[in-house]
Design a binder for this molecule. Structure first.
Ligand code: NDP
Length: 446
């Protein structure tokens, strides 16, 4: 019988890879993981976690402003970017250490370096040959940078957490999650923000009414939008960057951030040597068990481009480890996945939007609540929240919940349980309101 160095070799110590390594090791497997950057992956090192901390840090700007209406006089307030940046990066270091401890305490061997397939069971990690019975590819995704002249003058979400100083002006390309989240952060920190997007809207996959609400509020706050625009090139002009558009117009900025999507990280993996197939869009092709066309090679998370969300990568990694080394065989359920955009204000969504529900279910009932949160009223802040429930008329089940407003992601997580459980609108209505809250609107929509 062939013997291998490891039962499982994981490429990439991000959310999916670390979970798979830990669970497989817990089942008694001999596991090694290779990581070319830092253990923790995109979410912990240069994504969700530091981003959310910046969102918290930035929001103090409005909180301190609103505080006056609540009787607080705060004199001489000022903001110091290096303090926020370094505290956030310090927290990233702490979490990186915790992730490494998790691997170590489960006796997972960590190899720092890039892993490349030599053959279907052998990998090269910085000149060292390693063999494994099973291999899991969990290499994530990286920011996509379009092929326009001067593209290299822009930074991506990889670099944005390390800025030596805040720019005076920033242009953000993209209208999705990252673009809107950083537009909110930079605007609150006093940077002049211009968001440019190729289509005529932002958050194209979200409920149009919610995306419109974010656009309206963001514009009222002072964020500039240039939609329906095509970039021609970026040009270095002195200390600035000039952004040229195909309509002949241009604008000058101090910093340019690419946020136009993320692509699966497959370069340099040597997939050909292993015979692993990829999809037309360059993602690793997998089945419902995250198995590739090579039966002993699996792939999870963003590199498979199914749902680019951390909790999904974690579940996929867990399911693979259980399937290969445990007794419980299960599959990830992709229905009713909640998601949020941590813009200002934030959005949360679970289940079907109105258009998708009408297409698949036919007869649907829509309930909306458009209200000014109590706190905004006293603060004199003219920003309205919008909640929307999509109900299947035939069964009365709430099949979608969508909201924009303060704390929407926190509220949405709880609603997602109800939607996932298939609760009906009548059951929402039967629930007594918790007064006074914003979330009580969910049980008061008639
Ligand atoms: P998104 O997919 O959210 O948005 C991409 C944006 O870039 C869209 O506005 C799109 O325009 C535009 N775009 C796409 N391709 C091009 C192109 N070739 N040229 C110009 N513009 C283009 O991408 P993000 O980078 O913001 O985020 C990547 C993924 O990461 C998200 O999809 C999400 O899954 C995940 N993520 C999740 C977060 C969260 O859960 N809070 C936070 C950050 C990221 P158009 O409008 O025309 O489609």
């Amino acid at each position: 019988m062939t013997s291998f160095d490891h039962d499982l070799f994981v490429i990439g110590a991000g959310s999916g890879g670390v979970r798979a390594s830990r669970i497989a090791a817990g089942h008694g497997a001999n596991v090694a993981v290779a990581e070319e950057h830092r253990v923790g992956g995109t979410c912990v090192i240069r994504g969700c976690v530091p981003k959310k901390l910046l969102v918290y840090g930035a929001h103090f700007a409005e909180d301190l402003e609103d505080a006056k209406r609540f009787g607080w006089q705060i004199e001489g307030k000022s903001f110091d970017w290096p303090t926020l940046r370094d505290n956030v990066l310090g927290e990233v270091d702490r979490l990186n250490g915790l992730y490494q401890n998790t691997l170590d305490s489960h006796k997972v061997t960590t190899l720092l370096g890039r892993a490349t397939f030599i053959d279907p069971h052998t990998l090269d990690v910085e000149g060292k040959r390693v063999t494994a019975k099973h291999i899991l590819i969990a290499t994530g995704a990286r920011p996509f940078i379009p092929d326009v002249p001067g593209a290299e003058l822009g930074i991506t979400s990889n670099e944005v957490f390390h800025l030596p100083a805040l720019p005076k002006r920033i242009v953000i390309a993209g209208g999705g999650y990252i673009a809107n989240e950083f537009a909110g952060i930079f605007h609150e920190l006093g940077v002049e923000v211009t968001l440019i997007n190729r289509s005529e809207t932002i958050l194209r996959d979200w409920e149009p009414a919610l995306a419109d609400r974010l656009l309206t509020i963001s514009m009222a706050k002072g964020i500039n939008f240039k939609l329906n625009c095509r970039l021609e090139r970026l040009e270095k002009t002195g200390d600035c960057i000039t952004v040229h558009f195909t309509d002949g117009k241009s604008l000058e900025t101090d910093c340019f951030l690419w946020a136009v999507g993320r692509r699966p990280n497959i370069e340099g993996l040597g997939l050909e040597a292993a015979g692993v197939a990829v999809t037309d869009s360059g993602a690793i092709a997998v089945d419902a068990d995250s198995q590739t066309n090579v039966p002993h090679i699996h792939a999870v998370g963003d590199v498979t481009d199914r749902v680019q969300l951390t909790p999904i990568a974690i579940r996929e990694g867990h399911a693979v480890a259980d399937r290969l080394f445990g007794t419980r065989k299960w599959r990830v359920d992709y229905s009713a996945i909640p998601s949020a955009v941590f813009s200002n204000p934030p959005l949360g969504s679970v289940g079907m939007g109105e258009a998708a529900a009408r297409n698949t279910l036919g007869d649907v009932r829509i309930f909306t609540s458009d209200f000014r949160p109590m706190r905004n009223v006293l603060a004199g802040r003219n920003e309205r929240a919008l909640y929307k429930l999509v109900v299947d008329a035939a069964t009365d089940k709430v099949v979608g919940a969508h909201m924009i407003g303060p704390d929407a992601p926190e509220i949405l997580q709880a609603v997602a349980i109800a939607v996932k459980a298939g609760l009906t609108k009548a059951q929402f209505d039967d629930t007594v309101a918790l007064h006074p809250t914003m979330s009580e609107e969910l049980v008061l929509m008639r």
